[in-house]
Design a protein around this ligand. Structure first.
Ligand code: SF4
Ligand code: SF4
Ligand code: SF4
Ligand code: FES
Length: 225
């Protein structure tokens, strides 16, 4: 077992536990965006930053990818952490203001406006769809290409994927999508809404064959009524 300090509390976790997992276990909330249980951590958004080390040599790390170390001192909500998280959220809001997920996160952090140039990106490069496709759907139909500003999501050689299973999983996890599935609240379900979006590897007209990721799919259930 590894002993460490979490917000001043003496804590103990198994070797290999990430700071995020440990904080969750001990009841300290840390916001995340590119992390999803069931998918491998990716460390792309930096929203989950925490402060580690002792003054004056502390540093910010992504808690979803950083493993707990013996004797480590972790602060999940220090002034520096909150400032960094707010900055990340402002940048995310600037790049993708239409995202309900980002709006909700910003609101929870009392951010009402952002100071950067407004864009309307349809992808924030969080990698959730790529991991969903590879790790849960076993398809590997999509991935990233390019570096820096040229980094983008797509299929190999930008041609329609032959291995895509039309499952809709990538759409379901995408935080940049405005039309979130509201399966848990059928009254407000935007069923069929996802069919108006072009996922990276599926052409619109092929949506007729689409198998909904949800089981049962609300769209199909409503059609039956
Ligand atoms: S719809 Fe295609 S690209 Fe999206 S998760 Fe399923 S297999 Fe992957
Ligand atoms: S398409 Fe959506 S899920 Fe995929 S990387 Fe971009 S923002 Fe993330
Ligand atoms: S059709 Fe399926 S994936 Fe699309 S919003 Fe409805 S339940 Fe979700
Ligand atoms: S949730 Fe940890 S970097 Fe995105």
């Amino acid at each position: 077992m590894i002993n460490f300090s979490l917000n001043g509390l003496n804590a103990q976790v198994e070797k290999g536990t990430t700071i995020l997992e440990a904080a969750k276990f001990y009841g300290f909330p840390i916001p995340t965006l590119c992390f999803m249980e069931g998918l491998s951590p990716y460390g792309a958004c930096r929203l989950c930053v925490v402060e580690i080390g002792e003054e004056p040599r502390t540093k910010l790390v992504s808690s979803c990818t950083y493993p707990v170390e013996e004797g480590m001192k972790v602060r999940t909500a220090s002034t520096r952490v909150i400032r960094a998280r707010k900055m990340v959220l402002e940048l995310l809001l600037a790049s993708c203001p239409q995202s309900k997920v980002i709006q909700d996160l910003a609101s929870a952090h009392h951010i009402m406006q952002q100071r950067f140039k407004q864009e309307h990106e349809d992808c924030i490069l969080c990698g959730l769809c790529v991991r969903m496709c590879k790790e849960q759907m076993m398809a590997k139909a999509i991935g990233f290409s390019g570096r820096g500003e040229k980094r983008k999501l797509g299929t190999p050689f930008n041609i329609k994927s032959e291995v895509c299973r039309l499952c809709g999983g990538c759409i379901y996890v995408c935080p940049a999508c405005q039309l979130r599935c509201t399966y848990t609240d059928p009254e407000k379900a935007i069923c069929g809404g996802c069919a108006n979006l072009s996922p990276p590897c599926v052409e619109k007209e092929k949506f007729d064959d689409m198998m909904c990721y949800m089981e049962p799919c609300v769209a199909c259930e409503i059609k039956k009524e």
